[in-house]
Design a protein around this ligand. Structure first.
Ligand code: DGJ
Length: 716
């Protein structure tokens, strides 16, 4: 049983395959967190320490203060001065104080009212803890949904207003974890457009360290994923706690080290971009956050995250081979039309591509990025015979068809904006700021979402679309909505995301055979919320293979290769050979963005061979276990491999980094190889024993700035 309640001790114990999580009800009201770590049956009892200036209830002393002991959820204004998980305003003070009421353990999980949520399977179990605050008239339900096989526990909360008046939620952090130590490094992923997910690792310090987004998207700037690891942790050694948020909008991750050197981790919606008025009888579901623990290094934490994302987050269609696409963006930008793209499709089909993806520029007056967004019907100059006829010509070439959309945005120069200026986010009396010449549609307004549904339904009627690339190319400023009253304006960021998820759900049900790739100027929404909607994410607009080596290696800490859309593109051909660019791109799901009409027959033959080779091992990246041997943010080269769980196949990639002027020889230990097996290198046909591969494979890296190795081993 993954969840147990010890009645005598009033202790809840959650076990995953390799971890244990425990807390107890103390003083008949508080939830005292006692343990999260390596799986054990020996659990510590609560211990108390007297700390002056700590407020306590009558009949107790400072040692029983909520400011002192580790808790499961903390409430603003109720004696815990550390960053709080919840602030509820029923009387103008923001003070709330929930006390333990009851619990329930059940199979499966609860749905989250229109938010993405990890998929339960037959082994999923949930612990529900109910607390109540009779003063503010609310019930709080804390959820622990246990994915025991993949060592993940997810946390979310539901607030029910059972009183008679409105209550305002002013801060909401569904994941709170108190640890009675602070000798950790924090790993986070920061960046910017074209420079996403840079690895950062720094020791914790007293005070609060945070990563966040106030941009309305999870953002290029900070990814919601964070980890805490012991100072000595590396890929194979040390303790690591990993956290992530199943949400795509503004967020806050806080890590606080308090007066006693104890650490509190909080993950959720924060307070800057979130408030929510809960009327009498209403309920609010928070998004879900997840946590995992590894006692065997960062590599194991990564395995837990990858296994969880593949089994419980990605849509089942992501588990089948992803199509190898030829995307028109970097080849054509806005310069597309029917004749040109039918030629693209013909050549693409002959070269072995699965799909042509028509990127931006096909609709309205979209001849550049200053006009047309919002006008979701085909541009008749570019597609004179109509979209349906064009798509049938593409299909007649024997290739699938994908199309780009950016539903959440509008150009002021568009028919939609001229008809409905009130449908863009704006604050009364203030000029809305522009970004990429566009404004953000008010997805919190159900009329806007309904309109988009009706328009896309009309435009794509009877057309067999196999793939949508869903983009989002600006962040939100001056966030206000004409659709909501003044006292609910704080809800817009959150309601916006629910509108976006509703539209995604409509696309998924209206086009059940189509898959979705999500994108936000590359990796601006590289998060678990989007992964539930899309089979993969356009990792970055930066396709320079050197930069991509860094970006992909960092993304892989938290997200499996199945989620990374990686293209070979043209702009860097002077810097790197096609072979090098390909070997970087097969770090994830392969595609190409180049002008196939200008290509020599020789290059087309090379690409055809690359696609065929990729298809022989793509299951390893999509479904295999990932092992990082040398991360490029720590070493002067990059080396990693994938292994099938039964160790029957291995795929090793070694990439030379730019600027390395000396030849190097590396000995790479493929410890996932089975010592009892004999492997053959699929290209050279040379044989190796598993023991030899485990002991170390010698790889030479030359100093020509273009050295990349890809070795596929199969057990005989
Ligand atoms: C940003 C995306 O990241 C690109 O791949 C491309 O789709 C453009 N938008 C189109 O405007």
């Amino acid at each position: 049983m993954s969840i147990r309640f010890d009645k005598q001790k009033k202790r809840f114990v959650i076990n995953t395959k390799h971890s244990t999580y425990a807390f107890e009800v103390v003083m008949d009201r508080y939830l005292y967190h006692t343990y999260y770590g390596k799986r054990t049956s020996v659990l510590p009892d609560p211990s108390y320490q007297v700390i002056s200036f700590a407020p306590y209830l009558e009949g107790y002393d400072e040692s029983r203060s909520p400011d002192v002991f580790p808790q499961e959820c903390s409430f603003y204004g109720s004696g815990d001065f550390r960053p709080n998980a919840l602030r509820l305003n029923s009387d103008g003070t923001g003070v709330c104080d929930f006390v333990y009421d009851s619990y329930r353990i059940f199979n499966g999980r609860v749905a989250l009212d229109g938010l993405p949520a990890a998929r339960a399977d037959e082994n999923t179990r949930t612990l529900e803890i109910t607390l109540r605050d009779d003063v503010c008239g609310c019930r709080l339900k804390l959820y622990y949904t246990v994915f025991a096989d993949v060592d993940v526990i997810s946390r979310y909360m539901v607030i029910e207003n059972v009183g008679k008046s409105d209550v305002k939620i002013e801060k909401c952090m569904p994941l709170m974890l108190d640890l009675n130590r602070s000798d950790f490094d924090m790993i986070s992923l920061y960046g910017s457009h074209c420079r996403e997910v840079n690895y950062q690792r720094a020791p914790l310090h007293h005070g609060t360290q945070s990563v966040y987004s106030k941009r309305g998207a999870s953002s290029h700037q900070y990814n919601p994923f964070i980890a805490l690891c012991s100072h000595n942790a590396n890929q194979e050694r040390g303790e690591v706690y990993g956290f992530n948020f199943v949400y795509s909008g503004s967020f806050l991750d806080e890590v606080d080290v308090d007066q006693r050197g104890h650490t509190r981790v909080l993950m959720g919606l924060g307070s800057d971009c979130f408030s929510y008025t809960l009327g009498a009888g209403e309920r609010f579901c928070s998004p879900e956050a997840i946590m995992t623990y590894s006692s065997t290094g960062i590599g194991t934490m990564t395995h837990h995250m990858h296994d969880f994302v593949r089994a419980h987050i990605l849509p089942p269609s992501a588990l089948a081979p992803h199509p190898v696409v030829l995307n028109t963006w970097e080849a054509c930008y806005f310069d597309i039309d029917e004749d040109r793209l039918v030629q693209f499709a013909k050549q693409a089909a002959q070269t072995g591509f699965d799909m042509l993806v028509m990127d931006d520029g096909w609709f309205g007056m979209r001849n550049h990025d200053r006009a047309g967004l919002g006008d979701w019907y085909e541009n008749k100059n570019k597609f004179p015979s109509g979209l349906a006829s064009f798509v049938s010509k593409i299909k007649a070439e024997g290739i699938q068809f994908g199309i780009w959309v950016e539903p959440e945005m509008v150009n002021p120069d568009s028919e939609l904006y001229r008809a409905h200026p009130e449908w863009a986010l704006r604050v009364n009396g203030r000029e809305p700021l522009r970004s990429r010449h566009q404004l953000v549609l008010d997805m919190s307004n159900p009329d806007v979402v309904d309109y988009l549904i009706a328009q896309f339904d009309k435009t794509f009627k009877g057309i067999e679309i196999d793939y949508f690339k869903w983009d989002m190319n600006r962040h939100m400023s001056n966030v206000g909505s004409a659709a909501w009253p003044e006292d609910q304006q704080g809800e817009i960021f959150f309601r916006y995301m629910k509108g976006v998820y509703r539209l995604f759900d409509w696309f998924a049900s209206r086009f059940p055979k189509a898959v979705i790739e999500t994108c936000s100027g590359g990796g601006g929404r590289y998060d678990l919320g989007m992964m539930q909607q899309g089979i993969q994410i356009w990792t970055s607009d930066n396709t320079n293979p050197y930069d991509r080596t860094m970006i992909q290696a960092s993304a892989l800490i938290a997200y499996p290769a199945a989620t990374m859309s990686c293209h070979v593109s043209n702009p860097h051909e002077n810097l790197r050979s096609l072979d090098y660019r390909y070997k970087v791109a097969v770090g994830g799901m392969l595609g190409y963005e180049l002008n196939i009409l200008n290509m020599s027959e020789e290059v087309k033959r090379d690409i055809a061979a690359q696609i065929a080779q990729y298809k022989s091992f793509e299951h390893l990246m999509r479904a295999g276990d990932y092992y990082c041997l040398a991360a490029p943010y720590e070493y002067d080269y990059s080396a990693y491999y994938y292994a099938t769980p039964d160790a029957s196949e291995l795929l090793l990639t070694v990439i030379e980094k730019a600027g390395n002027k000396k030849p190097q020889t590396k000995r790479l230990k493929l410890k996932a190889a089975d010592p009892e097996k004999t492997y053959v290198d699929c290209q050279t046909k040379k044989q190796y024993s598993g023991a030899e591969l485990r002991d170390g494979l010698v790889i030479d890296l030359t100093c020509d700035y273009d050295s990349a190795h890809l070795l596929h081993f199969k057990a005989l």
